[in-house]
Design a protein around this ligand. Structure first.
Ligand SMILES: O=C(O)CCC(=O)c1ccccc1C(=O)O
Ligand SMILES: [Mg+2]
Length: 370
């Protein structure tokens, strides 16, 4: 009997820790991201029906979206020890990145046993997952010239949606950056901005007013104010720029702190599977949000290829997931990954990612990485 999946016998859990440097630091309003610690986990055992059970998962902890790396390591080591001792592991009691790793390994194993892609296993029964999903390019903080150069490169690569980091400099400078990007890329490209909670209500209101102007034409502004400044989120609605929430709905302590009713506080919810505790929890949250009139955009926390591939399956399975761009073009931000670029099962081509069609995450592609 498995510790965290009652259908699995003789269960074993292997963990491998790595640290993946970014090619260049990603500038955000809360500092630079330079390196990503990741834990790869392999689940092996035997299903009750006698079929072999193999699944791969990943935890890529990143505060404040998830628990710190040390807590994640302890949680995973504790789970592996419990599994080895035949004791129960309560996935719900683990912090989100550790929970993501184990629930991903578990759903990958079940989808591989059933011979269906992870996206199919995650989607609602009568609702086929998207075959491909659009992705936005992620443009870090930088000077006007650097921002325009990054935007132009992304558009030349085929992206028609850009997400620019803002909030690291003044609202006036960010407006200048976005206006210059709009001027350079033209009217057919969707531009989003992400302030990572940098502003108070007054600065955010100035930003919204400036970004609503036709010479910027922002599609949405992500996390303009601090995660728990719910009333400012509500006050910023309906002023010409849709509001997206990220940190507000991706906190390590779960959904308890979400503003309610969420539809009064946000037009769009950015869901990070790594912060939501796994693929299944993320799809469930997206369905709930959809019922409340809030669209979901799925993004990574700059994860390694295992969790990035899982996020692509999740994006394909959420309601309307094939129709809007997701934050899934983060593989190229890494200087090294757990598979070579040539083996990446979810490359971005022309601004889209094809959803892998093999069983589970990507067939047995990741079995060697743990
Ligand atoms: O959404 C994207 O384009 C990529 C993901 C991204 O921006 C991100 C990556 C790591 C940590 C936080 C964030 C964020 O959305 O704030
Ligand atoms: Mg964000």
């Amino acid at each position: 009997m498995s510790a965290f999946d009652p259908a699995v016998a003789d269960v074993r859990l292997r963990i491998r820790e790595r640290s993946l440097p970014l090619r260049a630091p990603l500038g955000t309003a809360t500092g630079e991201i330079r390196e990503r610690p990741v834990f790869l986990v392999a689940l092996a055992g035997t299903f009750a029906g006698g079929e072999s059970c193999r699944g791969v998962g990943e935890a890529a902890p990143l505060p404040p979206w998830t628990e710190p790396v040390g807590d994640c390591r302890l949680a995973l080591e504790g789970a592996a020890d419990a599994v080895a001792a035949g004791a129960a592991v309560d996935l719900g009691g683990l912090p989100p990145a550790a929970r993501h790793a184990l629930s991903l390994a578990s759903v990958d194993a079940r989808a591989r046993r059933d011979g269906v892609p992870l996206s199919r296993a995650l989607a609602a029964a009568g609702d086929p997952p998207a075959a491909s999903v659009p992705a936005n390019a992620t443009v870090g903080d930088g000077s006007v010239a650097e921002t325009v150069a990054a935007a132009d490169t992304a558009v030349a690569e085929g992206f028609d949606c850009l997400k620019c980091k803002v909030g690291a400099r003044s609202v006036a400078e960010d407006t200048e950056r976005l206006r210059a990007v709009r001027e350079s890329v033209g009217d057919d490209v969707v531009i989003r901005a992400d302030a990572n909670g940098a502003w108070d209500r007054e600065a955010a209101a100035r930003a919204v007013e400036a970004f609503a102007a036709p010479d910027v034409d922002l599609a949405y502004l992500e996390q303009p104010v601090a995660r728990d400044d719910h009333e400012s989120l509500r006050a910023l609605r309906g002023r010409g720029v849709p509001v997206a929430v990220d940190e507000t709905v991706n906190a390590p302590d779960g959904t308890d702190g979400w503003p309610d009713p969420i539809g009064e506080y946000a037009d769009v919810a950015v869901l990070k599977p790594m912060a939501q505790g796994g693929p299944e929890a993320t799809v469930a949250a997206a369905r709930d949000l959809h019922d409340r009139g809030v669209d979901t955009v799925v993004t990574t926390t700059i994860d390694a290829a295992v969790a990035r591939t899982a996020a692509v399956h999740v994006a394909a399975a959420v309601p309307g997931g094939g129709e809007r761009a997701h934050g899934l073009a983060t593989g190229d931000l890494l200087a090294a990954d757990v598979v070579d670029g040539d083996d990446d099962p979810v490359p971005v081509a022309d601004g889209r990612v094809a959803v892998p069609t093999g069983p589970g995450l990507a067939g047995d592609l990741f079995d060697g990485v743990v």
